[in-house]
Ligand binder design. Structure first.
Ligand SMILES: Cc1cc2nc3c(=O)[nH]c(=O)nc-3n(C[C@H](O)[C@H](O)[C@H](O)COP(=O)(O)OP(=O)(O)OC[C@H]3O[C@@H](n4cnc5c(N)ncnc54)[C@H](O)[C@@H]3O)c2cc1C
Length: 500
């Protein structure tokens, strides 16, 4: 069908993968499929791009590697990070403003945030909420205020980024921005909020005439001069060529499951992918790079911390030297990042018996992350000895914590008074060393209109991208909902730009 572009020197270098390189359109003799806009990947970025491209009048074809739509998005808990005064925030009695949302996101998601993207995202957030609702995504007007990874029931709104915890609650008035589509029978990983987001969006796309081809794995880009005019994919071992008359949108997810890329770019999560799927193999990034595309924040990762927040909030988290390092009532993903990035993945939860029992009985969406104490002791001195901590280290931490906790305050790290109580015996500690995992946040560098940027700084004609194969609103920090959030927000923009 087309000539191989593999040179003899590449054939000898078997570690190299020449198939990522672009193919010239002149070498394609038959196009198997054709559309105005070709979208690679039918997850959140792909479906939103497809809808907007179709609404702009384009004929749209989505190519999906697996046997069905959904991607990581349909397995997700479903948080979508939205704010600035959405109808759901208002219905639940919260005030928010675009400026407060921007301030929080720039402070919490850096360092090095793309402020143009965050500005657009915050300014368009209420409109984006309404767009999702119009497309059939349901949100229940109720707020879940307990510590947790997600609401355990079908509540629509929750804090999902540490907005109401130190240091951010002192920086800007907090507002919850984790919006969760309502599910009838919550089953995270099966039919959770992410599925309830994807299902109506795919139905909307289908009504607009978007076509989809499954079991089709996009391999590389086809170019005519410097313009992207299609892709080549594999189906059951055979090459398939797909022509894009107007543009190609890459929406194939992150590189969390590409060991080589993770080792080179984000080694701290090497061997510990979480909240991701194997199809996130970095291919979109590689085929963009092979065309000269720039990347951003390839070292940034979301970090899950495998412990139930209902327990963490009631104890103190200490590092390998017995010292506290983070307010325990903050977003658990922030705890994960602090533990992995700054504490060498060393963490212990120290908690007294009464607080442990209370935490074990509290309602939670992540009861499976609760653990039996690893060590128990009548005194802190005995506990720290059993844990192998330097003598006096945990004792002085507990003494200092208790001294201020007696007055209900935590001047050291700013845990909110509602969660501050002196720790009294009997004492327990849960070993949380190495209990982290995550997914990558870096990827192709795109404009605010989702054009993929060449290293020269100019957009690559015909090539657009969104979702976790791009660098979005998170440059280093993370808040739950920002992936489905920026994937859908900039996915829409990718569709509009590609159809233009
Ligand atoms: C259990 C779990 C919980 C999560 N909870 C949340 C949450 O609450 N909020 C949040 O914001 N994020 C959450 N996430 C993360 C979020 O789901 C992803 O980061 C997000 O879906 C990324 O969007 P995407 O469009 O880039 O990728 P996806 O939604 O995964 O879509 C990518 C699609 O591309 C397909 N694909 C890959 N390679 C190819 C190829 N070569 N050719 C054709 N198709 C290809 C994939 O099969 C997939 O269908 C969660 C993830 C998981 C797994």
């Amino acid at each position: 069908m087309w000539r191989s572009v593999v040179s003899s020197s590449e054939r000898t270098l078997r570690m190299a993968d020449p198939t990522v390189r672009p193919i010239s359109a002149a070498d394609i003799t038959t196009w198997d499929y054709e559309a105005d806009v070709v979208v690679a990947g039918y997850g959140i970025a792909g479906v939103t791009a497809a809808i907007e491209a179709a609404r702009a009048g384009a004929e749209v074809l989505v190519l999906e590697r697996t046997g069905g739509w959904g991607g990581a998005a349909s397995l997700a808990g479903g948080f979508i990070y939205l704010g600035g005064g959405t109808p759901l925030q208002k219905a639940c009695g919260f005030e928010d403003s675009v400026e407060n949302m921007k301030t929080f996101m720039k402070a919490a998601l850096g360092p090095g945030t793309d402020d143009t993207k965050i500005d657009a995202y915050c300014e368009g957030s209420v409109d984006h909420y309404n767009w999702l609702v119009d497309a059939g995504v349901p949100f229940k007007e109720s707020f879940w205020g307990q510590p947790g990874w997600e609401p355990p029931y079908d509540d629509g709104l929750m804090y999902s980024g540490g907005e109401n915890a130190a240091p951010f609650n002192a920086l800007v008035d907090p507002a919850p921005r984790g919006h969760v589509p309502q599910m009838s029978e919550k089953k995270t990983g099966e039919q959770g909020g992410g599925y309830m987001l994807m299902k109506p969006l795919v139905e909307t796309a289908e009504k607009l005439g978007v076509r989809a081809e499954y079991d089709l794995r996009v391999q590389t880009l086809v170019v005519d001069g410097d313009r992207v005019v299609g892709v080549v994919a594999k189906r059951y071992g055979k090459d398939v060529a797909i022509r894009a008359r107007k543009g190609v949108v890459l929406a194939m997810g992150s590189f969390a499951y590409n060991n080589e890329m993770v080792r080179s770019n984000a080694p701290r999560i090497f061997g510990h992918p979480a909240a991701s799927i194997e199809a996130h193999d970095g291919r979109a990034i590689q085929i963009g790079q092979a065309l000269g595309a720039d990347t951003a924040h390839m070292d940034a990762t979301e970090v899950a911390f495998f412990c139930d927040p209902q327990l963490m909030v009631r104890g103190i988290l200490v590092n390998g030297r017995g010292q506290r390092y983070i307010p325990e009532d903050t977003y658990p993903g922030r705890i994960g990042q602090a533990t992995l990035f700054q504490q060498d993945n060393q963490a212990f939860l120290v908690i007294d018996e009464a607080a442990y029992d209370e935490g074990m009985n509290a309602e939670s969406s992540s009861a499976q992350l609760r653990a039996q104490p690893t060590w128990v002791a009548e005194t802190v001195e005995e506990l720290e000895a059993e844990m192998g901590l330097p003598a006096g280290s945990l004792q002085s931490t507990v003494d200092l914590y208790n001294r201020h906790a007696a007055e209900g305050s935590d001047p050291v790290l700013g845990k909110k008074s509602e969660w501050v109580k002196p720790i009294v015996g009997p004492f327990a500690a849960i070993d949380l060393r190495g209990r982290t995992g995550g997914f990558t946040l870096g990827g192709l560098k795109t404009t605010v209109d989702s054009e993929v940027l060449h290293v020269s700084g100019a957009p690559i004609p015909g090539l657009f991208a969104a979702g976790r194969c791009t660098s979005g609103v998170c440059a280093g920090g993370y808040a739950s909902g920002t992936s489905l959030g920026d994937g859908s927000f900039f996915g829409r923009r990718a569709g509009i730009s590609a159809a233009r």
